[in-house]
Ligand binder design. Structure first.
Ligand code: GDP
Ligand code: IMO
Ligand code: MG
Length: 420
């Protein structure tokens, strides 16, 4: 049996915290897409940890963590992450498994990401510059190297062939940076990778399923960054939605049961692209400062705005969401008034659907206003403590989405979660 936890917005919804919380109920926690562009924050006691590629179940000693074939892997980052979690006593050599079909991010992929962004001038995607796009391009272009290739005798030869193809592209971009340090770090980290558990991921996970083990698939990024259904071209290069679980782990769709979607009580986006409910005013700045909305991977300030129910309902539809977790409700505590976007006005016409190519349209968000709760929700430990205004806010969202918020997160701590 497989459940999924994924983001419903433009990323950073709090997936790391929620996966870490629920991990105790599962046997295997598996990442199915993305790579080191992800930054998933967890608190272990009062210590903050940001995971990029290792699944967020790693702090549970008895759980298996799998990096699936749908991920693109940066081995240098992985090595650092392994060292970081080992400092907390995590036995990654025992608990971490990597699919042999996982594609490698090469130093030249990072260089190409940077060169491609530089060439775009004002049309930059705002990529994390981790090499994600170029690595997935080599996967779909049938050129990439995979973790399992490491064991081939001609690995270095294959690497050199691909590197020279990349060099031609870099020359076309007139990219001059010296990447020799990246390359030596890469080859050193490959040796480290050889010492980890490299498995046939699809047999591995299906064996676990046959044995009745419980699997939790952890999404990275968010549904509005999905390469097919997000705000293209301002998206990431993988399928972040529930369908990605099947191709990113080798799991059949009928094995998937719960699809748990995470949304913030408001909305953020980092990088370029459409964001209809973005607030460029003092309230936006308030959300950023109070919510500490700065990228976990790049440190960039996140753009902030009101919750967008048009985008959320779309995300629930394409994912088949069965329950919702709402995070960062505490960040709205001191606001007298809250807004919820219920439709878009485009050229005078109202719609509650996501249009094709949002970036070519002038979208005005239409709001419904709610009274704030004006009380500290961080102390809330059960539904009985929930302020009546918060209940009204949540009831409205539930009704609009047709799916219920089952948990409310009211602080970054592992146990700051209230069952609604
Ligand atoms: P992810 O990428 O979806 O895992 O999310 P990030 O870790 O990038 O960003 C979420 C941020 O919000 C992190 O700094 C978390 O520690 C923090 N966080 C998560 N849930 C809550 C919450 O309910 N309240 C507050 N105040 N912070 C939260
Ligand atoms: P988590 O898992 C927020 C955004 C980037 C950029 C676009 C493409 O922590 O939620 P990429 O490097 O993937 O080519 O960048 O996607 N992006 C994220 N935004 N959270 C993330 O991950 C993101 N991963 C990528 O900012 O706009
Ligand atoms: Mg993040």
């Amino acid at each position: 049996m497989v459940d999924v936890i994924l983001g419903l917005q433009w990323g950073d919804e709090g997936k790391g915290k929620i996966v870490d919380y629920f991990a105790s109920q599962y046997d295997v926690i598996a990442r199915f897409q993305g790579g080191p562009n992800a930054g998933h924050t967890l608190y272990i006691g009062d210590k903050k940890v940001v995971l990029h590629q290792i699944p967020s179940g790693i702090f549970h000693a008895d759980k298996i963590n799998l990096i699936g074939n749908g991920v693109v892997l940066d081995v240098v980052t992985l090595k650092k992450e392994c060292e970081a979690v080992a400092a907390f006593g995590c036995e990654y050599k025992k608990n971490l498994f990597i699919s042999e079909r996982t594609h490698l991010i090469l130093p030249t992929h990072r260089a190409l990401d940077k060169a491609s962004e530089q060439s775009k001038g004002n049309d930059k995607i705002g990529s994390t510059l981790k090499g994600i796009g170029p690595a997935y391009m080599d996967k779909t272009g049938r050129n990439g190297l995979r973790v399992g290739d490491l064991l081939r005798k001609d690995f270095r030869n294959e690497y050199d062939k691909l590197r020279s193809k990349h060099q031609q592209l870099l020359d076309n971009f007139d990219f001059q940076e010296d990447i020799s340090q990246w390359e030596s770090d890469f080859f050193e980290a490959l040796e480290f990778l050889k010492g980890l558990n490299i498995v046939n991921g699809e047999y591995f996970i299906n064996e676990q399923i046959s044995q009745g083990k419980r699997i939790l698939a952890e999404g990275a990024q968010g549904s509005m960054l999905d390469v097919d259904f997000g705000t293209f071209p301002f998206v990431t290069s993988s399928n972040t939605i529930s369908a990605g679980v099947c191709s990113g782990l080798g799991i059949a769709p009928q094995k998937i049961k719960e699809v748990i979607g995470i949304t913030k009580a408001y909305c953020t986006r980092v990088g370029s692209g459409p964001f209809p409910t973005e607030l460029m005013d003092a309230t936006g700045a308030y959300l950023r400062n109070t919510g500490n909305e700065f990228g976990s991977t790049t440190g960039r300030p996140r753009r902030c705005g009101w919750i967008d129910l048009v985008a959320l309902r779309f995300a629930c539809m394409i994912n088949g969401i069965t329950q919702i977790v709402m995070t960062k409700a505490d960040i709205l505590d001191a606001l007298a008034e809250l807004k919820v976007c219920t439709s878009y006005r485009i050229d005078g016409q109202e719609t509650a659907s996501i249009p094709f190519q949002m970036n070519h349209l002038n979208i005005e968000a239409v709001y419904q206003t709610f009274a704030g709760w004006n009380t500290s929700s961080a102390q809330m430990t059960s539904i009985e403590d929930m302020p009546v205004e918060m209940k009204k806010y949540i009831d409205f969202i539930n009704q609009y989405l047709g799916v219920s918020i089952q948990y409310i997160s009211n602080g970054p701590g592992r146990d700051q979660l209230v069952s609604a």
